[in-house]
Write a protein that binds this ligand. Structure first.
Ligand code: NAI
Length: 339
């Protein structure tokens, strides 16, 4: 089989490898589609602190079960599945409180262990989630990015009364907008970004108001409109945003952080305690595959609004470069591994 391997930073090869045999408790997935995420590019460029090389990247993937290991029901052969990349131990403290996404021995497919940019991948059977026939392939491969939004909303518990402010109209901001509007019917969703083309995508995903904060002061626009956000999601992830979010937030608001920067955010406690704000962080997803599959079945979210490119996996280098450089027009790039 062919696998897309990052041998070391900036060295991507399409390598011939043996087709894996599923171990006990595993299934083998014949991969049909995979999605490119920022973290694939970070591993490629050597900017992901968790990655070990060589690595088959890819943690957003969909395919069909074509072999099962010992202990797995053979009735699963032929099942269409999307794969949850989060592999957890099931018994440490975070796992025991429903947070396998921060398991003390967390393994993420495509980061710590070989992932889905490959013609075949062996994965734990319980990570392979059955996709109902009503969900088409190119939507099924988008389950994983929407689980990031499901995790954010699982923390912040949006309501119809919320006025939400989303920093960043990249893929993560857009999936969050869709969840807030489509699933939670949040009254007003405001998106702020530096890139006008991305703000257009945010409107397409349901944003009620967009603000370009390279052209206008966000604070001035919100003040002029009398808006105090009750829920703020930082999907832009610059360390300076947290202090601004604290300043902008309504009393009793919730703020959700998604960033992994190791630069400090300067912050005065008074701003947080004075308004009794709640700060959440959100990493990957905690058992959110069934949640998002349900959203898709009910038509509450529309993955098509994010997919801008579908390319053959043999053009992966071009695909990743386009994803990295063309931030105006490129959002989600899918790679086809098999029809
Ligand atoms: P992206 O880079 O495509 O999008 C980020 C957007 O934020 C860009 O459109 C950029 O113009 C905008 N932006 C940057 N600084 C801004 C500022 N000060 N104000 C307003 N907009 C600003 O990235 P993507 O894929 O959407 O991911 C966003 C972030 O989420 C990344 O930092 C990534 O590491 C993080 N992430 C976190 C996950 C988690 O589970 N916590 C999962 C996936 C991504």
């Amino acid at each position: 089989m062919k696998s897309i391997v990052i041998r070391q930073p900036n060295a991507l090869v399409i390598e011939e490898r043996d087709i894996p045999q599923p171990a006990t408790g595993e299934v083998r997935v014949k991969v049909k589609l995979a999605g490119i995420c920022g973290s694939d590019s970070h591993i490629y460029r050597g900017h992901n602190p968790f990655a070990k090389y060589p690595r088959v990247i890819g943690h957003e993937f969909f395919g069909v079960i074509d072999a099962v290991g010992e202990g797995v029901n053979p009735a699963r052969l032929g099942e269409r599945v999307s794969v949850d990349p989060v592999i957890s131990c099931g018994h440490c403290y975070p796992c025991s409180v429903g947070k396998p996404n921060v398991c003390t021995s967390l393994v993420v497919l495509g980061v710590h262990r070989d992932g889905g940019f490959s013609e075949y991948a062996a994965v734990p059977a319980h990570n392979a989630w059955r996709i109902p026939d009503s969900i088409e392939d190119k939507h099924a491969v988008m389950v994983e990015p929407f689980t990031i939004a499901a995790n954010v909303t699982g923390q912040a518990k949006p309501t119809e009364q919320d006025v939400a402010l989303i920093y960043g109209a990249g893929p993560m901001g857009l999936v969050t907008v869709q969840a807030l509007k489509g699933v939670y019917r949040v009254k007003q969703v405001i998106v702020v970004d530096h890139i006008p083309e991305r703000l257009v995508m945010a409107e397409r995903s349901g944003a009620d108001l967009t603000i370009n904060n390279s052209a206008q002061s966000l604070q001035a626009v919100l003040d002029e409109k009398g808006i105090k956000p009750t829920l703020i999601v930082d999907a832009a992830c610059h360390p300076s945003i947290l202090q601004e979010a604290v300043n902008l937030a309504s009393p009793a608001a919730r703020i959700v952080l998604m960033g992994f920067s190791n630069e400090p955010s300067s912050l005065a406690q008074q701003g947080i305690t004075g308004k009794e704000l709640t700060l959440y962080s959100s990493r990957l997803n905690a058992n959110k595959f069934p949640v998002v599959i349900d959203w898709m079945e009910k038509g509450l979210i529309d993955p098509d609004k994010l997919i801008t490119h579908v390319m053959d996996y043999r053009h992966v280098t071009d695909a990743i470069e386009r994803f990295e450089k063309d931030r105006l027009h490129c959002c989600k790039v899918l790679l086809i591994f098999a029809e």
